[in-house]
Design a protein around this ligand. Sequence first.
Ligand code: PEP
Ligand code: MN
Length: 329
Amino acid sequence: MVKYRLFVLKDGADPSQLMEKINASSLSSRKLELYSKTLFLTWPDLGPAIQDASVETESVVDGDFILSSREWKKDNTIVPVDGVEIGRGLVVAAGPCSVDFDQDVEDFAKGLKNSGAHIIRGGAFKPRTSPFSFQGKGAAGLEIMKRMKDATGLPIVSEILSSDDLGNFDSVDLMQIGSRNAQNFQLLRKVAATGKPVLLKRGMGNTYSEWMATADYVMGENNGSVILCERGIRTFENSTRFTLDLGSIAKAKRESHLPICADPSHAAGTRELVIPLALSSVAAGCDMLLVEVHPDPNKALSDGKQQITLEDLKTLTEQVKRIQDAIRG
Ligand code: PEP
Ligand code: MN
């Protein structure tokens, strides 16, 4: 396995001598700017051959993921989303699978806020299994999301399917990359280049390492504002829609500095399981929950069975507080 060496420079240090040394070596390298620090990544690792006074820390990382690893960044990364900080206390993002309604939008948004949501989610461009299923309202859906933001002052998160749509996402505070696009590396790079925070779902067929490596694609574009989201993986078990990998939440909290989100809705597939999976995720250490809530779940045009009501959301957020108190002891 290739070993990478990551040099983190001292604040304000002149990188030119280190760059010269790297260029004179046979190493491959990348210069990065993350978290107000200048970094040099070199590979393959040839031992401590390069030394320079500009270097603050140097670490060797092996494996498929480097930048998302805690090996080089020991402190937890906090991702600000229009004033809401992810990684400092639990944040709840809630809202419809897709914004498939345009009536009483403001009241519903206020209901989400009053039920404990800090961010409003809502799909406008929907990745559906069948091309003949409802595909979302597109740009009009994002207009409805904007109304929810204006009515509550809460930030909004929505999934982007294609970089062709980037122009429509100006009002979106948190860019969601869905499970199906988790390894669409061109999309990851283009979304990362906007500089906006990214909610990065785990591909349903991706291993833990592959998931972490997708974060490296975003961070490799000098965008460190990444939230990793576990949403269930495909296993032999089919009594739930996906298998929520709680172990990966606990593991990512230990091994990555990035904040971790859990999506109990898509793992559950049915609304009865959403609260227990949300509570388990909080107990496993997640920093954020992404929950599907619809004004009238039985009329929803996508994922109706797994969407909960405002009332359920209130129960969920109250119970979450009790889990947090229990963990704090
Ligand atoms: C979603 O959150 O709207 C969604 C489609 O989820 P996933 O990409 O995890 O299936
Ligand atoms: Mn959904």
